[in-house]
Write a protein that binds this ligand. Structure first.
Ligand code: TYD
Length: 205
């Protein structure tokens, strides 16, 4: 079983994932939690190129291809072997992040980025994808509250970007209704966990 988690900033995704790992383990499952580049040396090297602040000349398509390349390596080296060993693989962000961020918010086109990722993953889609959906203002407010700082001018300037990410995720969810569960992440942490876990249990039946 292959489960992925998606959403914008401040959605409470990480908190819910930790509880899901524990709940699945308590049910007796063997679980691995991973995220790209997943500690694979090649994936890490690719990721360093994406994140290097010196790479100001990075073209958006180059970035999209690098995300897909890092994903490929992580899939082959880590995800597929774990699934073959009978483990439940939980992955914090996978191809839908590229569809929403690069395809939608960065305007490269969801279809185009999907095609690139289809090649990278050979069509390996998750069995279930939990989308933590939240109003970007609320997500950023939570991040600011955590870091003990006010939302600054930069956060406010980028709010339109976060709105585009949110709308793109919703669009992607409507493209793949059979595997997506959209969770209202503005609810309490307990409710968000319960809704997400119910969706996973339903998919496991
Ligand atoms: P990070 O702080 O590691 O993750 P999170 O927001 O899940 O706590 O940041 C990951 C960032 O990378 C996030 O802003 C989304 C972005 N991203 C893409 O733009 N495309 C992708 O394919 C992936 C996997 C992530």
């Amino acid at each position: 079983m292959f489960i992925t988690f998606e959403g914008g900033e401040g959605s409470g995704k990480s908190t819910a994932i930790k509880r899901i790992v524990k709940a699945l383990e308590d049910m007796g499952h063997e679980v691995i939690l991973t995220r790209e580049p997943g500690g694979t040396p090649i994936g890490e090297q690719i990721r360093n190129v994406i994140l290097d602040k010196a790479n100001t000349a990075m073209d958006p398509r180059t970035e999209a291809l690098l995300y897909a390349a890092s994903r490929r390596q992580h899939l082959v080296e880590k995800i597929i072997p774990a699934i073959k060993e009978g483990k439940i693989v939980l992955c914090d962000r996978y191809l839908d992040s590229s569809l929403a961020y690069q395809g939608g918010a960065r305007n490269l086109g969801i279809e185009e980025i999907y095609n690139v990722n289809l090649y990278a993953t050979e069509g390996m889609q998750p069995d279930v994808t939990i989308l933590f959906d939240i109003e970007p203002e609320e997500g950023l407010r939570r991040i600011a509250a955590n870091a003990g700082r006010e939302v600054n001018r930069l956060d406010v300037e980028k709010i339109s970007f976060h709105h585009k990410v949110r709308e793109s995720f919703k669009k992607v969810a409507s493209m793949f209704p059979e595997r997506f569960a959209v969770i209202d992440a503005s609810k309490s942490p307990d409710e968000v966990f319960n809704d997400a876990f119910e969706a996973i249990k339903k998919a496991m039946k």
